[in-house]
Design a protein around this ligand. Sequence first.
Ligand code: PLP
Length: 385
Amino acid sequence: MTTIYFDNNATTKVAEEVLEEIRPLFCDLYGNPSSMHTFGGQMGRRIRQAREQVAALLGCDPSEIIFTSGGTESDNAAIKGTLAAAPNKRTIITTRVEHPAVLTVCRDLENHGYNVVELGVDRQGRLDLTELEDRLDDDTALVTIMYANNETGVILPVERIADLVASKGAVFHTDAVQAVGKIPLNLSKSSIDLLSLSGHKLHGPKGIGVLYVRKGTRLSPYMLGGHQEAGRRAGTENVPGIVGLGKACELAADNLEEENSRVKFLRDKLEAAILEKCPDCRLNGDPDHRLPNTCNISFEYIEGEAILLMLDKYGICASSGSACTSGSLEPSHVLRAMGVPFTAAHGSIRFSLSRYNTEEEVDYTIKKLPPIISRLRELSPFVVK
Ligand code: PLP
């Protein structure tokens, strides 16, 4: 049975071109970039090239790129590093729909005496910017708001938020792990101070990420040790990861527009057919401001996990929440924050596509899913027969 992979917000396939770049870096070109010899020095050049490739995708200067171990580390480093650099300020503003890599960090800081403001969202997952404006004050050290939500794909107006935050003298960080490589970004025209991204979400390797730090932004280093990354992140560089991420960014930059419209066409076809063929289901998230690859649908009266298991029998991979929270039977904190009723939140499925999906896969899923939903509804104690 072939696998139909619609779980690309959890992780993505490494592009063949990326693998080709990385392959020689394990057994042939394995020097330490900090070594004095030519063999190590070659690695330094590869890292410089990758830094330029990432910077080109983001529209920033290569010196503003710090390589980390992934999105989680970048988020931690941005939040903790900003607070350490502004010891007189004690307030952090975030949202209730952040990924745990941000939300758990903020809630932990609350236990250490920080004042954490969690902004709510409306039924479509949208923020109220006047509420943000009201809550910003002289005590605000940091505002951290995601670019695009991992569960619903909703895109938040972070460029406008960044301008607002800059006008109040606070630092603005955005978790752009789901946005980078899926929608165009240009940091040279933006007030964003700090931005996180992760290699494995854009067809790069796992265990590599970036924290973009705008020139002049005050940030205390989070990982101490050697002098790597200009003293901003210690530890021997993950050269294969860095080189792979650079190549993944180059591929994303080269094909962004064309892939966007192809993936959006497939996502829209899948979504429209599900909403038409399955009664009592609804789309979660602002339909007009969404990543082109993501679709989150609630199926009333049935459990998302049951749908996933039955899809899995046909080789179709989807998700019933973010990868980090699946395994728990709590409904998604994102859908709950949006006011999605408990029963509908329990029956929600996320389909997230990539450039490697085909129309045949979408057509196959459209054929298989409606009978699964009818069958599960027949078995559901919540459906009045
Ligand atoms: N932020 C968001 C929005 C994510 O979707 C994820 C991963 O699912 C992360 C952060 C964590 O990234 P990583 O897996 O690279 O640590």
